[in-house]
Design a protein around this ligand. Structure first.
Ligand SMILES: [Fe+2]
Length: 203
């Protein structure tokens, strides 16, 4: 019997009101695609606003808020969520991004703004023990989760990932972001015995 312990989880959600954000990204990319270059040290080829803080964060936040609430419930991580960075990536034909992590960081996400599952590949994740497994003869050390346009995935910032080359003439664009969840601090208040009752008080 083989049992996987310490599995890594990623979370997938969907942005319901996707169209306005897609339209905004198209407009932004058309206006800015000739302005920026790849950040120093990145071994890749794409348009990115990483490090510029130029892409408008506010316009995404309402939709992201619903996803963050669902994520904190599902992952059982209560606390105050702080978005620390957000940037736009646009991949025209032959563009790609090399394997990397989002350090320093706690959680990261990718939102697929322009994405055709018949033409594009999703984010490729690498097993944390990739080299160990390779030495043991395992050849399948990466996973590309199935995603479609409007999907948003959340993963631990330490998990290595890459964006496979876009071989399509259709634009592939993503909004990437990092966030922290800080511990909730009890600030006093009335004692409420109702909050201590679980499943109607049966224990
Ligand atoms: Fe990334």
């Amino acid at each position: 019997m083989k049992v996987d312990i310490f599995p890594t989880k990623i979370f997938r959600y969907h942005i319901e009101d996707h169209a306005p954000i897609k339209e905004r990204v198209e407009q932004y990319y058309e206006e800015h695609k000739l302005e920026t270059s790849t950040p120093e040290g990145w071994n890749c080829n794409l348009f990115t606003t990483f490090g510029t803080k130029m892409f408008p964060i506010v316009e995404c936040m309402e939709e992201f808020g619903h996803v963050f609430d669902e994520f904190q419930d599902e992952a059982r991580i209560p606390g105050n969520l702080l978005l620390t960075d957000l940037w736009l990536n646009c991949y025209d034909r032959t563009n790609w991004q090399d394997k990397h992590i989002h350090a320093p960081g706690q959680w990261s996400g990718v939102y697929y703004v322009h994405f055709d599952p018949n033409e594009h590949k999703g984010t490729q994740f690498y097993h944390p023990n990739e080299t160990l497994l390779a030495c043991q003869g395992e050849e399948q050390n990466t996973i590309i989760p199935w995603v479609t346009e409007g999907d948003l995935i959340i993963f631990p910032a330490w998990l290595e990932h890459s964006a496979p080359m876009n071989k399509s003439s259709k634009l592939r664009s993503t909004i990437s972001f990092n966030f922290l969840i800080t511990e909730e601090v009890y600030e006093g208040g009335e004692f409420d015995p109702e909050k201590l009752i679980v499943d109607g008080g049966v224990s």
